[in-house]
Design a protein around this ligand. Structure first.
Ligand code: PRX
Length: 635
């Protein structure tokens, strides 16, 4: 990035002030000086916060893969773009140069074209963390197809719902995937999903595990032979700044996942600029973000942000605990990683193991360490800072969301001092505000409010796929004129933000967003269940775990409670995935409800947290007596 690099605190404030006073000039100059365009924009931004309409770099033409790959070839063709570290440490790592990446992406883009995929078509990618996942995303972007990556831990039902919502024409998957000691039968899951997904005409299958799989003739093709026959150059389509780049599903407060749509130019500028500055990336550094590419963190900071900067990015197929709890540290040592970006859940799970697991490794190449996905508690912060960062690496606690496209609040390493549990200061261009329930701005410090953002930034999602009204209702209605994040936060006396957690019905378990509604829908499918309510409660490792309150239809009929619990969790696993299983299930005779029939979750949350008597005002309940009963029998 050639301008607006943030190298001192004074410079941060100067750049920040400019970005807020003259956002068009600021984002215009960054776009002008750092990217390749077929055609420049007429206007930097045009927007309407009420209607949730945003157009960044209006009428500009570009191709993001030209920026991620082609423009690096002249000087960095032999530089490693992607290091692939397999699940099994015995298997050799792969080093994919920018030249090779160009060829792989070109060949795959030609395969997609041959299979009839056109600009604007949706392609679902359901793959483990292998290089083909990166090639698939970039190949779509090369031809203007919209990728929809679905996390490979999701069940066939969840996959099918997502494929159907965006009517994907083609699926890229693999015969299977390795994750720790497990082998996952991905193709089998796809086959099952496709019995309910008629839009899919073609399935391209990557060979990874050599598992025996069914290939449906006329629909399924092995990818490699097609790649072998393809040209290794490919024309990059001319894409409009506001053409969608990808759809990525996130949980919401209704059963249907929200297909967040990100478009091309704004997302590119935002992920590139945040990557460079939040991680202080320098030429030849090796950057590692451990997130699965099925989540936005992997999209923005394993793939797009690093490649836009011509960086070396590491893709890891495995888990932090396989074959030992040293796996992360071993990988850092092996590849001399300079920036390491992970989730508090991973840190907490590793911090509870013997310290030798980390101490036996040389982590002195690390310069910056990062955290994302959920609030990082003080104990985890210190362990990470002391034992991984060796007290010399700034720990950037980065707050952002699928919807924001990139990091919006974070410390800048070597510039802004870090403070445990505080995400700290807004990134240039971001104007956070805290709002109270009466829609007044909270000006005082240390008071928790609803975290909103006042002015659009280039990376903001543009809509929910084919449901713009839901986009407006979810994010732009509660606090008119502002983007509402759904998170609570407070601000300290120097202006640092601390994220306190979700204020809506989304619960973050091990860094994964889970809406309560889809889980309740799954529970209610059980023939014994009349209704249910799911809330979160604090968990040492996962941050939160799930507590289900379940009302049975005919209590007497269901004596085998343990079996019932198993069946309910199996349903959740089938509908959503194992990540959404309940840690505790309490059978109750009723749920606390208001006169309008709304479940009062506030009370259930308190009960799940272990509260026995202080429930606040329960006079508005139609059945206040139930509170006593539920709390007496709580688990
Ligand atoms: O509650 C916040 C939490 O994760 C949510 C966004 O989840 P998702 O869209 O899956 O994106 C995750 C990765 C960007 C937020 O609404 N969250 C994310 N980062 C932090 C965080 N909570 C506290 N501190 C963070 N650094």
């Amino acid at each position: 990035m050639n301008n607006y690099s943030i190298n001192s605190l004074e410079q941060y404030f100067k750049i920040y002030r400019k970005s807020i006073r003259k956002p068009k000039k600021f984002w215009g100059e960054i776009a002008e000086n750092n990217f390749t365009w077929y055609q420049k924009w007429d206007k930097v931004v045009e927007f309407d916060m009420q209607k949730a309409e945003f157009e960044w770099y209006k009428n500009a033409k570009l191709n993001i893969t030209k920026n991620c790959i082609d423009r690096h070839l002249a000087n960095k063709g032999d530089k490693t773009a992607i290091i692939f570290e397999p699940n099994n440490p015995e298997e050799p790592s792969k080093y994919i140069t920018y030249n090779e990446l160009y060829k792989e992406v070109s060949a795959l883009s030609n395969v997609l074209r041959d299979q009839g995929v056109k600009k604007g078509d949706r392609v679902c990618i359901y793959l483990p963390m292998i290089p083909e996942l990166a090639y698939g995303m970039l190949a779509c972007a090369r031809i203007g197809a919209i990728h929809s990556v679905v996390f490979a831990g999701f069940s066939s039902n969840a996959l099918s719902t997502r494929i159907n919502d965006s009517e994907c024409k083609l699926v890229i998957t693999s015969d299977g995937g390795y994750r720790g000691a497990k082998t996952i039968n991905l193709k089998g899951i796809v086959d099952e999903a496709l019995t309910k997904s008629p839009s899919v005409e073609r399935v391209l299958v990557v060979k990874r595990t050599d598992a025996e799989i069914d290939m449906q003739s006329g629909r399924d093709l092995w990818l490699q032979p097609l790649i072998d026959e393809s040209e290794t150059t490919s024309k990059a389509e001319i894409i409009d700044a506001e053409d969608p780049l990808f759809i990525l599903y996130t949980s919401g407060s209704t059963g249907k996942p929200k297909g967040m749509v990100h478009t091309t130019a704004g997302y590119m500028v935002f992920t590139a600029y945040t990557f460079k500055n939040v991680f202080n990336y320098n030429t030849d550094d090796v950057f590692w973000c451990t997130a699965d590419i099925g989540w936005v963190t992997g999209h923005s900071y394993t793939i797009y942000g690093p490649l836009l900067n011509g960086a070396t990015t590491l893709m890891f197929e495995g888990t932090p605990s396989y074959p030992t709890y040293s796996r992360f540290w071993e990988v850092i040592q092996k590849h001399k990683v300079n920036q390491f970006y992970t989730a508090p859940t991973a840190i907490r799970s590793l911090a509870k193991e013997r310290i030798e697991f980390v101490q036996n490794f040389k982590l002195d190449t690390l310069k910056v360490i990062g955290s994302v996905g959920e609030p990082i508690n003080e104990e985890a912060w210190h362990w990470y800072n002391d034992h991984v960062g060796n007290k010399k690496c700034p720990l950037v606690d980065t707050w952002w969301q699928t919807e924001t496209g990139g990091i919006v609040i974070s410390a800048i390493p070597f510039v802004t001092p870090t403070k445990p549990t505080y995400a700290s200061l807004p990134f240039p261009g971001i104007k956070p505000v805290l709002m109270d329930e009466l829609r007044n701005e909270i000006e005082v410090n240390q008071k928790i409010g609803n975290l909103c953002i006042e002015y659009p930034w280039p990376g903001i999602a543009r809509t929910i796929w084919r449901d713009h009204q839901r986009y407006i209702d979810t994010y732009f209605t509660k606090f008119p004129g502002k983007y509402f994040s759904g998170d609570g936060a407070l601000r300290d006396e120097v202006g640092y933000y601390r994220i306190t957690g979700r204020v809506d019905d989304v619960i973050i378990v091990s860094g994964h967003n889970l809406g309560t509604a889809p889980i309740e829908d799954a529970i209610n499918e059980h023939q014994a269940v009349a209704e249910s309510a799911v809330v979160g409660f604090p968990h040492d490792i996962k941050g939160n775990a799930l507590y289900g309150f379940v009302v049975l239809k005919e209590v007497g009929l269901w004596r085998d409670r343990n079996n019932l619990i198993k069946e309910i969790n199996q349903l959740i696993s089938d509908q959503i995935g194992p990540i959404a299983k309940l840690a505790k299930i309490q059978f109750v005779t009723g749920l606390p409800k208001t006169r309008s029939g709304k479940i009062m979750r506030r009370i259930l949350r308190k009960i799940a947290e272990g509260e026995k008597s202080e429930f606040g005002d329960i006079t508005t309940l139609v059945n206040p007596e139930i509170v006593e009963e539920i709390s007496r029998e709580s688990l």
